[in-house]
Design a protein around this ligand. Structure first.
Ligand code: S3P
Length: 166
């Protein structure tokens, strides 16, 4: 099948970027991250896009970035946590190998500190993350071809768990 060898989805703090790099190294593949693609083409950070242009505009840029990467990239692809919210993206992902890195609040908070460069988590990051995940978990679960629970695992262990399902 053409397209990425694996697409990683999951909330902020799931470890998508770290695991994407580890998988790419193990498999001798290139890694691509749609958050980075968006920042490169917009010429500014995601936080600035949210503040200056608003979330709907960010989601449009994100849809384009994901669509393009799904067509062009043959290595490991990491998506931003909210990319799966777009119904067009959901439809496109159905043709691919999609791994949901599942995580609970404790581990997510430890991994990224749920810090303030994530615009959707401003204010009360733990509460926002929990509300976000209640809404998104069913979507991540439905879209994914594989779900890998990551709680309590090191990046190496998560990488092994993903390699087993690929
Ligand atoms: C978002 C997650 C972020 C980034 C943006 C929105 C989200 O990516 O795309 O801040 O809606 O969950 P990470 O999942 O890599 O933090």
């Amino acid at each position: 099948m053409s397209g990425p060898a694996a697409v990683l989805i999951g909330p902020p703090g799931a470890g998508k970027t770290t695991i994407a790099h580890a998988l790419a190294e193990r498999l001798g593949l290139a890694v691509r991250d749609t958050d980075e693609d968006i920042e490169a083409s917009a010429g500014k950070t995601i936080a600035d896009i949210f503040v200056e242009d608003g979330e709907p505009h960010f989601r449009e840029l994100e849809h384009t970035a994901v669509s393009t990467a799904l067509q062009e990239h043959e290595g490991i692809l990491a998506l931003g946590g909210g990319a799966v919210l777009d119904p067009r993206t959901q439809e496109e992902l159905r043709r691919h190998t999609v791994v949901f890195l599942d995580v609970r609040i404790t581990d997510a908070a430890r991994r990224v500190g749920l810090n303030t460069n994530r615009p959707l988590l401003l204010g009360n990051p733990r509460a926002q993350w929990t509300i976000m995940m209640d809404h998104r978990r069913p979507i991540y679960t439905e879209i994914a071809t594989h779900r890998v629970p990551t709680d309590g695992l090191s990046p190496e262990e998560v990488t092994e768990a993903v390699l087993k399902v690929l």
